[in-house]
Design a protein around this ligand. Structure first.
Ligand code: GCO
Length: 446
Protein backbone atom coordinates (compact mmCIF):
# COMPACT_ATOMS: atom_id res chain seq x y z
CA UNK A 1 0.00 0.00 0.00
CA UNK A 2 1.20 3.43 -0.89
CA UNK A 3 -0.23 6.82 -0.09
CA UNK A 4 -1.57 8.43 -3.25
CA UNK A 5 -1.34 12.15 -2.81
CA UNK A 6 -3.44 14.41 -5.10
CA UNK A 7 -2.03 17.67 -6.49
CA UNK A 8 -2.12 20.69 -4.25
CA UNK A 9 -5.33 22.63 -4.81
CA UNK A 10 -7.20 19.57 -6.09
CA UNK A 11 -10.86 20.03 -5.12
CA UNK A 12 -13.16 17.47 -3.52
CA UNK A 13 -16.88 17.76 -3.90
CA UNK A 14 -20.26 16.09 -3.98
CA UNK A 15 -23.01 16.37 -6.59
CA UNK A 16 -26.81 16.37 -6.69
CA UNK A 17 -29.57 17.60 -9.03
CA UNK A 18 -32.73 19.63 -8.43
CA UNK A 19 -35.49 17.14 -9.25
CA UNK A 20 -33.67 14.34 -7.46
CA UNK A 21 -33.47 16.08 -4.07
CA UNK A 22 -35.54 19.26 -3.79
CA UNK A 23 -39.17 18.12 -3.45
CA UNK A 24 -41.53 21.07 -2.80
CA UNK A 25 -42.67 20.78 -6.38
CA UNK A 26 -45.61 23.10 -5.93
CA UNK A 27 -44.00 25.60 -3.68
CA UNK A 28 -43.24 29.26 -4.35
CA UNK A 29 -44.80 29.17 -7.80
CA UNK A 30 -42.49 26.56 -9.25
CA UNK A 31 -43.79 25.52 -12.68
CA UNK A 32 -44.60 21.97 -13.72
CA UNK A 33 -41.70 20.07 -15.32
CA UNK A 34 -41.56 17.10 -17.67
CA UNK A 35 -40.55 14.90 -14.75
CA UNK A 36 -43.64 15.91 -12.74
CA UNK A 37 -45.67 14.80 -15.74
CA UNK A 38 -43.68 11.63 -16.45
CA UNK A 39 -43.77 10.24 -12.89
CA UNK A 40 -47.59 10.38 -13.00
CA UNK A 41 -47.81 8.12 -16.03
CA UNK A 42 -48.46 4.57 -14.80
CA UNK A 43 -45.56 2.16 -15.13
CA UNK A 44 -42.89 4.72 -15.93
CA UNK A 45 -41.17 4.87 -12.54
CA UNK A 46 -40.50 1.94 -10.25
CA UNK A 47 -43.03 1.67 -7.40
CA UNK A 48 -44.81 4.75 -8.73
CA UNK A 49 -42.26 6.91 -6.90
CA UNK A 50 -42.22 10.65 -7.56
CA UNK A 51 -39.96 13.59 -6.73
CA UNK A 52 -42.80 15.39 -4.94
CA UNK A 53 -40.94 15.22 -1.62
CA UNK A 54 -37.64 13.56 -2.59
CA UNK A 55 -35.10 14.53 0.13
CA UNK A 56 -37.09 17.68 0.96
CA UNK A 57 -33.90 19.60 0.36
CA UNK A 58 -35.94 22.71 -0.47
CA UNK A 59 -36.78 22.97 3.23
CA UNK A 60 -33.71 21.27 4.67
CA UNK A 61 -30.94 22.86 2.63
CA UNK A 62 -29.36 24.49 5.68
CA UNK A 63 -29.02 21.10 7.34
CA UNK A 64 -27.54 19.72 4.10
CA UNK A 65 -25.00 22.52 3.87
CA UNK A 66 -24.03 21.86 7.52
CA UNK A 67 -23.65 18.20 6.68
CA UNK A 68 -21.34 18.97 3.76
CA UNK A 69 -19.31 21.32 5.93
CA UNK A 70 -18.94 18.61 8.57
CA UNK A 71 -17.50 16.26 5.94
CA UNK A 72 -15.06 18.90 4.73
CA UNK A 73 -16.67 19.17 1.27
CA UNK A 74 -14.95 21.92 -0.70
CA UNK A 75 -17.24 22.28 -3.69
CA UNK A 76 -20.88 21.38 -4.29
CA UNK A 77 -22.33 20.67 -7.72
CA UNK A 78 -26.10 20.99 -7.96
CA UNK A 79 -28.61 22.14 -10.54
CA UNK A 80 -31.04 25.01 -10.73
CA UNK A 81 -34.62 24.08 -11.49
CA UNK A 82 -35.41 26.10 -14.61
CA UNK A 83 -39.13 25.96 -13.68
CA UNK A 84 -38.51 27.63 -10.31
CA UNK A 85 -36.96 30.58 -12.14
CA UNK A 86 -39.21 30.58 -15.22
CA UNK A 87 -42.32 28.56 -14.31
CA UNK A 88 -43.29 28.43 -17.98
CA UNK A 89 -39.75 28.16 -19.30
CA UNK A 90 -39.71 31.75 -20.53
CA UNK A 91 -41.69 34.94 -20.04
CA UNK A 92 -42.09 36.18 -16.48
CA UNK A 93 -39.29 35.43 -14.06
CA UNK A 94 -40.26 34.11 -10.62
CA UNK A 95 -38.54 36.08 -7.89
CA UNK A 96 -39.35 33.47 -5.24
CA UNK A 97 -37.46 30.82 -7.18
CA UNK A 98 -34.41 33.05 -7.52
CA UNK A 99 -34.64 33.87 -3.81
CA UNK A 100 -34.42 30.19 -2.87
CA UNK A 101 -31.14 29.81 -4.72
CA UNK A 102 -29.88 33.08 -3.21
CA UNK A 103 -30.35 31.54 0.23
CA UNK A 104 -28.60 28.35 -0.83
CA UNK A 105 -25.61 30.18 -2.36
CA UNK A 106 -25.24 32.34 0.72
CA UNK A 107 -25.37 29.34 3.04
CA UNK A 108 -22.69 27.56 0.98
CA UNK A 109 -20.36 30.52 0.80
CA UNK A 110 -20.69 31.06 4.52
CA UNK A 111 -19.18 27.58 4.92
CA UNK A 112 -16.57 28.18 2.25
CA UNK A 113 -18.09 25.63 -0.11
CA UNK A 114 -17.71 26.63 -3.75
CA UNK A 115 -20.90 26.19 -5.78
CA UNK A 116 -20.68 24.49 -9.20
CA UNK A 117 -23.97 25.07 -10.93
CA UNK A 118 -25.62 22.94 -13.60
CA UNK A 119 -28.19 24.92 -15.55
CA UNK A 120 -30.04 21.91 -16.89
CA UNK A 121 -30.29 18.53 -15.24
CA UNK A 122 -33.31 17.18 -17.10
CA UNK A 123 -36.28 19.01 -15.52
CA UNK A 124 -37.53 20.90 -18.58
CA UNK A 125 -40.52 23.18 -17.89
CA UNK A 126 -43.62 21.38 -19.15
CA UNK A 127 -44.78 24.53 -20.99
CA UNK A 128 -41.74 24.17 -23.27
CA UNK A 129 -42.41 20.48 -23.76
CA UNK A 130 -45.90 21.44 -24.89
CA UNK A 131 -44.17 23.23 -27.78
CA UNK A 132 -42.13 20.14 -28.58
CA UNK A 133 -39.38 20.53 -25.98
CA UNK A 134 -35.87 19.83 -27.26
CA UNK A 135 -37.28 18.82 -30.62
CA UNK A 136 -38.27 22.47 -31.20
CA UNK A 137 -35.51 24.92 -32.07
CA UNK A 138 -37.32 27.66 -30.11
CA UNK A 139 -36.23 26.02 -26.87
CA UNK A 140 -32.65 27.04 -27.64
CA UNK A 141 -33.35 30.74 -27.16
CA UNK A 142 -35.49 30.09 -24.09
CA UNK A 143 -32.49 28.30 -22.59
CA UNK A 144 -30.11 31.12 -23.51
CA UNK A 145 -32.43 33.65 -21.83
CA UNK A 146 -32.72 31.50 -18.71
CA UNK A 147 -28.93 31.10 -18.61
CA UNK A 148 -28.51 34.88 -18.84
CA UNK A 149 -30.88 35.41 -15.91
CA UNK A 150 -28.87 32.93 -13.85
CA UNK A 151 -25.53 34.56 -14.78
CA UNK A 152 -26.88 38.05 -14.01
CA UNK A 153 -28.38 37.11 -10.69
CA UNK A 154 -25.83 34.63 -9.32
CA UNK A 155 -22.65 35.52 -11.21
CA UNK A 156 -21.35 37.43 -8.18
CA UNK A 157 -21.28 34.16 -6.22
CA UNK A 158 -20.95 31.39 -8.80
CA UNK A 159 -17.77 30.98 -10.80
CA UNK A 160 -18.25 27.44 -12.14
CA UNK A 161 -21.11 26.85 -14.57
CA UNK A 162 -22.15 23.68 -16.35
CA UNK A 163 -24.59 24.21 -19.20
CA UNK A 164 -26.14 20.75 -19.63
CA UNK A 165 -25.92 17.52 -17.75
CA UNK A 166 -25.51 14.46 -19.94
CA UNK A 167 -27.23 15.39 -23.20
CA UNK A 168 -26.48 11.85 -24.38
CA UNK A 169 -28.84 10.51 -21.74
CA UNK A 170 -31.72 12.97 -21.87
CA UNK A 171 -31.82 13.04 -25.67
CA UNK A 172 -31.68 9.29 -26.21
CA UNK A 173 -33.61 8.01 -23.22
CA UNK A 174 -36.11 10.86 -23.38
CA UNK A 175 -36.74 10.70 -27.12
CA UNK A 176 -35.69 7.36 -28.58
CA UNK A 177 -36.01 4.67 -25.91
CA UNK A 178 -38.61 6.58 -23.90
CA UNK A 179 -37.49 5.37 -20.48
CA UNK A 180 -37.03 8.91 -19.22
CA UNK A 181 -39.10 12.09 -19.53
CA UNK A 182 -40.67 13.09 -21.85
CA UNK A 183 -40.95 9.41 -22.80
CA UNK A 184 -40.92 9.72 -26.60
CA UNK A 185 -39.93 6.88 -28.92
CA UNK A 186 -39.13 8.56 -32.17
CA UNK A 187 -35.79 8.61 -33.94
CA UNK A 188 -36.59 11.94 -35.61
CA UNK A 189 -37.28 13.52 -32.23
CA UNK A 190 -33.98 12.08 -31.00
CA UNK A 191 -32.05 13.56 -33.92
CA UNK A 192 -33.57 17.02 -33.39
CA UNK A 193 -33.12 16.89 -29.62
CA UNK A 194 -29.39 16.12 -30.01
CA UNK A 195 -28.73 19.10 -32.21
CA UNK A 196 -30.89 21.55 -30.27
CA UNK A 197 -29.38 20.51 -26.95
CA UNK A 198 -25.88 21.13 -28.31
CA UNK A 199 -26.97 24.43 -29.81
CA UNK A 200 -28.48 25.49 -26.47
CA UNK A 201 -25.15 24.68 -24.83
CA UNK A 202 -23.28 26.78 -27.39
CA UNK A 203 -25.68 29.72 -27.05
CA UNK A 204 -25.32 29.71 -23.26
CA UNK A 205 -21.52 29.77 -23.61
CA UNK A 206 -21.81 32.68 -26.06
CA UNK A 207 -24.06 34.61 -23.66
CA UNK A 208 -21.56 33.95 -20.88
CA UNK A 209 -18.63 35.24 -22.96
CA UNK A 210 -20.50 38.24 -24.31
CA UNK A 211 -21.63 39.23 -20.82
CA UNK A 212 -18.06 39.17 -19.51
CA UNK A 213 -19.05 37.21 -16.41
CA UNK A 214 -16.40 35.95 -14.01
CA UNK A 215 -15.47 32.33 -13.78
CA UNK A 216 -15.62 29.33 -16.06
CA UNK A 217 -18.14 27.39 -18.09
CA UNK A 218 -18.27 23.90 -19.57
CA UNK A 219 -20.52 20.95 -20.32
CA UNK A 220 -20.92 17.59 -18.62
CA UNK A 221 -21.45 14.32 -20.36
CA UNK A 222 -22.09 10.73 -19.34
CA UNK A 223 -19.37 8.39 -20.41
CA UNK A 224 -18.76 4.70 -20.46
CA UNK A 225 -15.27 3.37 -21.01
CA UNK A 226 -15.58 1.07 -24.02
CA UNK A 227 -13.33 -1.96 -24.25
CA UNK A 228 -13.12 -4.58 -26.97
CA UNK A 229 -14.54 -7.98 -26.07
CA UNK A 230 -11.65 -9.65 -27.96
CA UNK A 231 -8.58 -8.84 -30.04
CA UNK A 232 -10.15 -9.03 -33.50
CA UNK A 233 -9.70 -5.96 -35.73
CA UNK A 234 -13.50 -5.92 -36.36
CA UNK A 235 -13.98 -5.60 -32.63
CA UNK A 236 -11.62 -2.65 -32.46
CA UNK A 237 -13.66 -1.02 -35.25
CA UNK A 238 -16.87 -1.70 -33.32
CA UNK A 239 -15.39 0.08 -30.29
CA UNK A 240 -14.73 3.13 -32.45
CA UNK A 241 -18.34 3.05 -33.66
CA UNK A 242 -19.55 2.87 -30.06
CA UNK A 243 -17.40 5.92 -29.27
CA UNK A 244 -18.88 7.75 -32.27
CA UNK A 245 -22.45 7.19 -31.12
CA UNK A 246 -21.67 8.16 -27.57
CA UNK A 247 -18.70 10.33 -26.62
CA UNK A 248 -17.82 11.79 -30.02
CA UNK A 249 -21.43 12.60 -30.87
CA UNK A 250 -21.40 15.25 -28.13
CA UNK A 251 -17.74 16.07 -27.58
CA UNK A 252 -16.88 16.34 -31.27
CA UNK A 253 -19.10 19.38 -31.95
CA UNK A 254 -18.17 21.04 -28.64
CA UNK A 255 -14.46 20.72 -29.40
CA UNK A 256 -14.88 21.97 -32.99
CA UNK A 257 -14.46 18.57 -34.64
CA UNK A 258 -18.07 18.34 -35.78
CA UNK A 259 -20.40 15.36 -35.63
CA UNK A 260 -18.85 11.96 -36.38
CA UNK A 261 -19.46 11.07 -40.04
CA UNK A 262 -20.95 7.69 -39.07
CA UNK A 263 -23.62 9.36 -36.96
CA UNK A 264 -24.47 11.98 -39.57
CA UNK A 265 -24.91 9.17 -42.08
CA UNK A 266 -26.98 7.08 -39.69
CA UNK A 267 -29.59 9.81 -39.21
CA UNK A 268 -29.56 10.92 -42.85
CA UNK A 269 -30.15 7.38 -44.10
CA UNK A 270 -33.18 7.11 -41.87
CA UNK A 271 -34.67 10.29 -43.24
CA UNK A 272 -34.09 12.23 -40.04
CA UNK A 273 -30.90 14.26 -40.65
CA UNK A 274 -29.50 16.33 -37.82
CA UNK A 275 -31.24 19.72 -38.34
CA UNK A 276 -28.03 21.73 -38.79
CA UNK A 277 -28.44 25.30 -40.04
CA UNK A 278 -25.62 27.53 -41.31
CA UNK A 279 -23.52 28.86 -38.42
CA UNK A 280 -24.75 26.28 -35.89
CA UNK A 281 -21.52 24.32 -35.66
CA UNK A 282 -19.56 27.52 -34.88
CA UNK A 283 -22.00 28.36 -32.09
CA UNK A 284 -21.69 24.87 -30.61
CA UNK A 285 -17.90 25.09 -30.78
CA UNK A 286 -17.69 28.35 -28.80
CA UNK A 287 -14.66 27.56 -26.61
CA UNK A 288 -15.37 26.24 -23.13
CA UNK A 289 -13.09 26.29 -20.08
CA UNK A 290 -13.37 22.69 -18.95
CA UNK A 291 -14.93 19.34 -19.72
CA UNK A 292 -17.20 17.75 -17.12
CA UNK A 293 -16.82 13.97 -17.04
CA UNK A 294 -19.42 11.68 -15.47
CA UNK A 295 -18.37 8.06 -15.35
CA UNK A 296 -19.73 5.02 -13.54
CA UNK A 297 -18.61 1.95 -15.48
CA UNK A 298 -17.20 0.35 -18.57
CA UNK A 299 -18.80 -1.77 -21.28
CA UNK A 300 -17.40 -4.57 -23.39
CA UNK A 301 -18.15 -4.06 -27.05
CA UNK A 302 -18.50 -6.53 -29.90
CA UNK A 303 -19.39 -6.08 -33.58
CA UNK A 304 -23.04 -6.58 -34.57
CA UNK A 305 -25.09 -6.72 -37.68
CA UNK A 306 -27.46 -3.97 -36.55
CA UNK A 307 -28.03 -0.34 -37.50
CA UNK A 308 -25.07 0.93 -35.48
CA UNK A 309 -22.63 -1.91 -36.06
CA UNK A 310 -21.85 -2.72 -32.42
CA UNK A 311 -23.46 -4.19 -29.34
CA UNK A 312 -22.57 -4.87 -25.71
CA UNK A 313 -20.85 -8.19 -25.07
CA UNK A 314 -21.80 -10.17 -21.95
CA UNK A 315 -20.28 -8.58 -18.83
CA UNK A 316 -17.32 -10.28 -17.15
CA UNK A 317 -16.99 -8.32 -13.94
CA UNK A 318 -19.35 -8.46 -10.95
CA UNK A 319 -22.55 -6.51 -11.56
CA UNK A 320 -23.79 -3.59 -9.48
CA UNK A 321 -27.53 -3.19 -8.74
CA UNK A 322 -27.80 -0.83 -11.75
CA UNK A 323 -26.96 -3.75 -14.03
CA UNK A 324 -23.55 -2.50 -15.08
CA UNK A 325 -20.14 -3.80 -14.12
CA UNK A 326 -18.10 -2.87 -11.05
CA UNK A 327 -15.16 -1.51 -13.04
CA UNK A 328 -13.01 0.86 -10.98
CA UNK A 329 -10.29 0.96 -13.65
CA UNK A 330 -12.73 2.68 -16.03
CA UNK A 331 -12.35 6.17 -14.58
CA UNK A 332 -8.60 6.58 -15.05
CA UNK A 333 -8.74 4.75 -18.37
CA UNK A 334 -11.50 6.96 -19.75
CA UNK A 335 -9.83 10.14 -18.55
CA UNK A 336 -6.63 9.15 -20.36
CA UNK A 337 -8.57 8.40 -23.54
CA UNK A 338 -10.66 11.58 -23.56
CA UNK A 339 -7.68 13.69 -22.65
CA UNK A 340 -5.74 12.41 -25.65
CA UNK A 341 -8.71 12.64 -27.98
CA UNK A 342 -9.40 16.32 -27.29
CA UNK A 343 -6.01 17.91 -26.70
CA UNK A 344 -5.71 17.59 -22.93
CA UNK A 345 -8.56 19.85 -21.79
CA UNK A 346 -9.02 20.81 -18.16
CA UNK A 347 -11.28 18.14 -16.68
CA UNK A 348 -13.58 18.02 -13.69
CA UNK A 349 -14.99 14.67 -12.71
CA UNK A 350 -18.50 16.04 -12.26
CA UNK A 351 -19.92 12.65 -11.23
CA UNK A 352 -18.56 9.31 -10.19
CA UNK A 353 -20.10 7.01 -7.67
CA UNK A 354 -21.53 3.66 -6.79
CA UNK A 355 -24.99 2.21 -6.34
CA UNK A 356 -24.79 0.25 -3.09
CA UNK A 357 -28.13 -0.39 -1.37
CA UNK A 358 -26.71 -1.32 2.06
CA UNK A 359 -29.24 -0.62 4.82
CA UNK A 360 -28.44 0.30 8.44
CA UNK A 361 -27.43 -2.64 10.64
CA UNK A 362 -28.87 -3.33 14.12
CA UNK A 363 -26.75 -0.49 15.52
CA UNK A 364 -27.81 1.91 12.82
CA UNK A 365 -24.40 1.74 11.12
CA UNK A 366 -24.33 1.70 7.31
CA UNK A 367 -21.18 -0.09 6.25
CA UNK A 368 -21.37 0.25 2.47
CA UNK A 369 -18.29 -1.84 1.72
CA UNK A 370 -18.83 -2.09 -2.04
CA UNK A 371 -18.98 1.69 -2.38
CA UNK A 372 -15.88 2.15 -0.22
CA UNK A 373 -13.89 -0.42 -2.14
CA UNK A 374 -14.88 0.88 -5.57
CA UNK A 375 -14.36 4.46 -4.56
CA UNK A 376 -10.78 3.63 -3.59
CA UNK A 377 -10.31 1.90 -6.94
CA UNK A 378 -11.78 4.78 -8.97
CA UNK A 379 -9.59 7.30 -7.17
CA UNK A 380 -6.44 5.21 -7.51
CA UNK A 381 -7.06 5.08 -11.27
CA UNK A 382 -7.72 8.80 -11.42
CA UNK A 383 -4.53 9.46 -9.51
CA UNK A 384 -2.63 7.46 -12.13
CA UNK A 385 -4.18 9.48 -14.97
CA UNK A 386 -3.18 12.73 -13.27
CA UNK A 387 0.34 11.40 -12.76
CA UNK A 388 0.42 10.75 -16.52
CA UNK A 389 -0.36 14.39 -17.23
CA UNK A 390 -4.16 14.54 -17.49
CA UNK A 391 -5.34 17.93 -16.24
CA UNK A 392 -7.96 16.85 -13.71
CA UNK A 393 -8.62 19.44 -11.04
CA UNK A 394 -11.74 18.39 -9.17
CA UNK A 395 -13.75 15.31 -8.28
CA UNK A 396 -17.43 15.26 -7.36
CA UNK A 397 -18.83 12.18 -5.71
CA UNK A 398 -22.36 11.28 -6.81
CA UNK A 399 -24.08 11.70 -4.53
CA UNK A 400 -24.21 13.61 -1.27
CA UNK A 401 -27.25 11.59 -0.22
CA UNK A 402 -29.55 8.86 -1.52
CA UNK A 403 -32.14 10.45 -3.77
CA UNK A 404 -34.67 9.99 -6.57
CA UNK A 405 -32.91 7.85 -9.17
CA UNK A 406 -35.14 8.71 -12.14
CA UNK A 407 -36.99 5.68 -13.57
CA UNK A 408 -35.67 3.57 -10.66
CA UNK A 409 -37.38 5.82 -8.12
CA UNK A 410 -35.95 5.41 -4.62
CA UNK A 411 -34.87 1.81 -5.17
CA UNK A 412 -31.25 2.69 -5.95
CA UNK A 413 -29.04 4.32 -3.34
CA UNK A 414 -26.05 6.37 -4.52
CA UNK A 415 -25.49 8.55 -1.43
CA UNK A 416 -22.51 8.61 0.88
CA UNK A 417 -25.20 9.76 3.29
CA UNK A 418 -28.23 7.55 3.87
CA UNK A 419 -31.67 9.08 3.41
CA UNK A 420 -34.37 7.57 5.59
CA UNK A 421 -37.38 8.25 3.37
CA UNK A 422 -39.86 7.84 6.27
CA UNK A 423 -38.30 10.44 8.55
CA UNK A 424 -36.09 12.24 6.00
CA UNK A 425 -33.21 11.87 8.45
CA UNK A 426 -29.75 11.95 6.87
CA UNK A 427 -27.30 9.40 8.27
CA UNK A 428 -23.67 9.46 7.07
CA UNK A 429 -22.52 6.05 5.85
CA UNK A 430 -19.06 4.57 6.39
CA UNK A 431 -18.18 5.81 2.90
CA UNK A 432 -18.84 9.38 4.06
CA UNK A 433 -16.29 8.94 6.85
CA UNK A 434 -13.85 7.51 4.34
CA UNK A 435 -14.42 10.39 1.92
CA UNK A 436 -14.00 12.96 4.70
CA UNK A 437 -10.66 11.33 5.50
CA UNK A 438 -9.57 11.41 1.85
CA UNK A 439 -10.42 15.11 1.72
CA UNK A 440 -8.54 15.87 4.93
CA UNK A 441 -5.43 14.13 3.64
CA UNK A 442 -5.91 15.10 -0.02
CA UNK A 443 -5.27 11.52 -0.96
CA UNK A 444 -5.71 7.90 0.06
CA UNK A 445 -3.94 4.63 0.78
CA UNK A 446 -4.35 2.27 -2.12
C1 GCO B 1 -26.75 10.56 -14.33
C2 GCO B 1 -27.31 11.68 -13.64
C3 GCO B 1 -27.59 11.42 -12.19
C4 GCO B 1 -27.81 10.00 -11.75
C5 GCO B 1 -26.50 9.31 -11.48
C6 GCO B 1 -26.64 7.92 -10.97
O1 GCO B 1 -25.54 10.47 -14.41
O2 GCO B 1 -27.53 9.75 -14.85
O3 GCO B 1 -26.49 12.77 -13.76
O4 GCO B 1 -28.72 12.20 -12.07
O5 GCO B 1 -28.56 9.98 -10.60
O6 GCO B 1 -25.76 9.26 -12.64
O7 GCO B 1 -27.17 7.07 -11.92
Amino acid sequence: MAFLSFPEGFQWGVATASYQIEGAVQEDDRGVTIWDTFVRQPGKVQNGDTGDVACDHYHRFREDVELMASLGIQTYRFSLAWARIYPFGRGAVNEKGLAFYDRLFDALLEKNIQPAVTLYHWDLPQALQDLGGWTNREVVEAFAAYAKTAFDRFGDRVTRWITLNEPIVFTEMGHRTGVMAPGMRDIGAYSRAIHHALLAHGRAVQVFREGGYRGEIGITNANTFYEPADDAPETAAAVERARDFDTRLFHGPVFGKGYPASVVKHFAERGVPLPIQPGDMEVIATPTDFLGVNLYSRALIQPANNSVGFTYAPPRLPLLPMGYEAAPHALGAFVRWVSNEYGRPRIYITENGVCDNTEPDANGVIDDVTRQELLRGFLAGLHGAIADGCDVRAYYQWSLMDNFEWAFGYSKRFGIVYTDYRTLARIPKKSAEMYADIIRRNGLEA
